[in-house]
Unconditional design. Structure first.
Length: 491
RNA sequence: CGGGAUGUAGCGUAGCCCGGUUAUCGCGCCUGGUUUGGGACCAGGAGGUCGCAAGUUCGAAUCUUGCCAUCCCGACCA
């Protein structure tokens, strides 16, 4: 039967789950909190990864790989960071199993194989990386050190959600070392801009660049920058972070370099990351009740061609013409699939590829070939047009660009329509229930943020970088404030 | 980790309260045929550790206990 998708109005969470599962992006696994990323979902991640990887390399970074396991003593070296992650670490305590003599065919942990020092499965890699950098950095000539790694990390979350929060996830983490504070701060902002560029121009998700409040700051960072996106239910989702780590890790791991004046100095550090969580952002930003809506630039398939035929003879004719179009599209670098499988009919295929969010669908039948036209349907607006086959490639090319722009504009408009400004705490609470971003004054204290969070479940998503300096009074405490910050309920 | 719910073929399900032949139905799958412009139809067929493990019983999908996984709500969360 048809793959029914729960509507957004009916149950937003279920709608999201339906898209992930029925859209073929991921599956639950036999492991609590861990998911299987299926080929279609992984293809999406590969496209995202490839674009980001190029952006990192274009900004001077290189890739490396560090161990999955971190000795506990290293992990705890930077205290704040260790504390921040302590509650969600998986720990390796033994290295061997043995046959259970009491219970044939079962294995038990060999108590004699206890590790002298426990290994932490990385929730992030600062510790192991800075412990390594210590040996790599001696002189200012070794700096800057600009390294990225693509890896998996584990955070033992209480409650998990496909892509948005899983116990294991894939990400990239950049870790850089610099000779000066200024340079490290510039790097932090540079990578934030790279993320914003990627998320807006490839994923078509508008973001707000900002700084995290102390409560939301990365443990071990002096300053955390972020990009925040709005989902269709009005909730905020952090799409990427970039941290200025100061000299915290340099001091914890004793990473010093000789400067030009022959004096030892601690290096300045940054780290930055985005994860498979971005896929969750993508889904919730654009998709609709018919399924996924993927931005052409990173969609695994940009075009699908569905043939319509009657009998073997006409199938041949249609195949021939369709493959010619496929060739033309491919020569333009367009990711296209010709689905002439005989186990489902055209209508089924239409619905299936809509569910999968393929940006453009072409339908080609005998009637079209006679008239030298092809039907082209776009996923975002579901509009259909009939164009001359000779012009089909250029039509598709421009359509892909148009779809990319349209879904970005649509998301931008949605965000604008759901962003409010208020100076009244009562109105603030009412607006929160509608969902969306609220620009309000805040006195800058963690206590006030905490109190508002207790009261409303909303947190400060960020202090926007492009925010106007505008004196006002804190919405909660009435104390003076110099700038509005963004409040929202968040994922 | 607390509260609630769920788990029967690839998917969706009936049966469970009140234990008793060969576990129901639909979709999907396989074979053959007719079909194909928005989720086709006919005929035949295959497919099951009833989430897992103990227990109660002559007998367990059904009753009991434990465990595992998922969903929702909370707590937690960079």
């Amino acid at each position: 039967m048809s793959k029914e998708i729960t509507s957004r109005n009916e149950d937003y969470s279920q709608w999201y789950n339906d898209l992930v599962l029925k859209g073929g992006l991921a599956d639950y696994s036999a492991v609590r909190g861990c998911m299987v990323i299926k080929p279609y979902g992984y293809a999406l991640w590969e496209n995202m990864r490839d674009v980001l990887d190029k952006m990192f390399k274009d900004t001077g970074h290189v890739n490396a790989y560090f161990p999955l396991f971190i000795p506990k003593s290293l992990f705890e070296a930077e205290e704040k960071n260790a504390e921040g992650f302590a509650k969600e670490c998986a720990i390796v305590t033994h290295y061997r199993l043995k046959t259970d003599t009491e219970n044939k065919g079962k294995l038990i942990v060999d108590p004699e194989a206890k590790l002298e020092e426990e290994l932490i499965v990385r929730p992030t890699s600062e510790a192991i990386i800075w412990n390594t950098y210590k040996d790599w950095i001696q002189s200012y000539r070794d700096l800057p050190l600009l390294i990225n790694q693509w890896a998996n990390v584990v955070r033992w979350e209480m409650r998990t959600r496909l892509f948005l929060r899983t116990a294991e996830f894939l990400w990239q983490e950049g870790h850089t070392a610099h000779a000066t504070k200024q340079e490290a701060m510039e790097e932090t902002e540079k990578m934030l801009n790279v993320y914003a560029d990627f998320v807006e121009n490839y994923m078509a998700v508008p973001v707000i660049k900002g700084i995290k409040s102390a409560n939301e700051r990365f443990a071990g960072a002096d300053e955390t920058y972020c990009i925040e996106a709005m989902m269709q239910d009005g909730k905020a989702l952090q799409a990427g972070t970039s941290h200025f780590l100061g000299q915290n890790f340099a001091k914890a791991f004793n990473v010093q370099f000789m400067n030009k004046e022959n004096k030892l100095e601690y290096v300045w550090a940054t780290s930055w990351g985005v994860s498979t969580r971005l896929i969750g952002a993508l889904i919730m930003a654009h998709s609709d009740d018919n399924g996924l809506v993927l931005p052409p630039k990173i969609a695994p398939l940009q075009v699908v061609i569905v043939p319509i035929y009657k009998g073997e003879e006409s199938k041949k004719t249609v195949d021939e013409k369709a493959l010619e179009i496929v060739g033309n599209l491919k020569s333009k670098g367009i990711r296209v699939k010709y689905d002439n499988s005989d186990n489902s009919r055209p209508g089924w295929k239409f619905a299936e590829y809509e569910l999968k969010g393929v940006p453009v669908r072409m339908a080609l039948g005998l009637r079209d070939i006679e008239n030298n036209v092809v039907e082209i349907a776009r996923r975002d607006t579901k509009e259909k047009i009939s164009v001359s086959i000779d012009k089909s490639v250029e039509t598709v090319e421009s359509l892909l660009i148009e779809i990319q722009n349209n879904i970005f504009e649509k998301a931008l408009k949605f965000r604008a329509d759901n962003t409010y400004t208020t100076d009244s705490y009562e109105e603030f609470k009412q607006l929160l229930d509608k969902g969306g971003f609220i620009l309000a004054h805040w006195d800058g204290t963690p206590e006030t943020e905490e109190a508002i969070k207790e009261d409303t479940k909303a947190t400060i998503r960020c202090i926007p970088l492009d925010g106007k300096i505008e004196p006002g009074i804190c919405i909660y405490s009435g104390k003076p404030s110099s700038q509005r910050v963004i409040f929202a309920r968040a994922y």
